[in-house]
Design a protein around this ligand. Sequence first.
Ligand SMILES: C[S@@+](CC[C@H](N)C(=O)[O-])C[C@H]1O[C@@H](n2cnc3c(N)ncnc32)[C@H](O)[C@@H]1O
Length: 259
Amino acid sequence: MPVETPEDHQTQPESGATWFGYRRIEAGQKAALVQGVFSSVAGKYDLMNDLMSGGIHRLWKAAMLDWLNPRPGWNCLDVAGGTGDIAFRIRERQPQSHVTICDLTPAMLEVGRDRAIDKGILSGLDWVSGNAEDLPFEEMQFDSYTIAFGLRNVGRQQRALEEAYRVLKPGGRVLCLEFSHVAVPALAQLYDTYSFKVLPWLGEIVAKDRDSYQYLVESIRKFPTQDNLAAMMTKAGFRQVSYRNLTGGIAALHSGWRV
Ligand SMILES: C[S@@+](CC[C@H](N)C(=O)[O-])C[C@H]1O[C@@H](n2cnc3c(N)ncnc32)[C@H](O)[C@@H]1O
């Protein structure tokens, strides 16, 4: 069987439409469907991340923090921040920073708040409900905008990137960590088998929710390729846009600056 290329799944739906996994839907419908997915998995989300990736997501997040290198006094925004993984890492790396975590799904934020209390992180974090497409913040507020495994779930991704640009200060940086497209052919077949056979099964066994993990796998295939995402960031206004593949392109880190 020929190995599928990312382009096989890169067909763009007509204007005003988007993908929910392999389903074509109205862009405005996506937030409610995605909220359903994350409300369902919130309680098992962190455990599933470790199980699904064999802990590798921790290395990817560490790579994100290395690249971000937060400085004292930074006002950071972590969009689609969910249960707080990126925000906690920013605060651990740079205790003299402030992080606002913004997420669509209240159940994910609730798990995050509980985790912060368990970790003894009682200050320097704000938890805000909001949509990446229409951020509830004034323009030019933040030194950094991070989004990890979030942009793929957003209905209007170009609009979310424009919102990132709007809320960043001049000189501010955007970093996007996301599942991407495998750049090593030998890995592609293995990764496909793992994705379509093992992940939905794990979702069923651990989170009692096969459909949400089927959505995860399909949404990765529909996400823009590394080069396409870089072009979208440039279109949103970012400069010096670049990316790094992680684990052969299973994930990628994109960076850009508001100048
Ligand atoms: C896969 S989780 C990632 C959580 C966290 N960033 C991490 O890396 O562990 C995706 C998160 O994106 C959030 N999300 C999805 N669509 C969103 C949107 N349009 N605006 C804000 N958050 C969104 C979901 O609620 C969920 O918490």
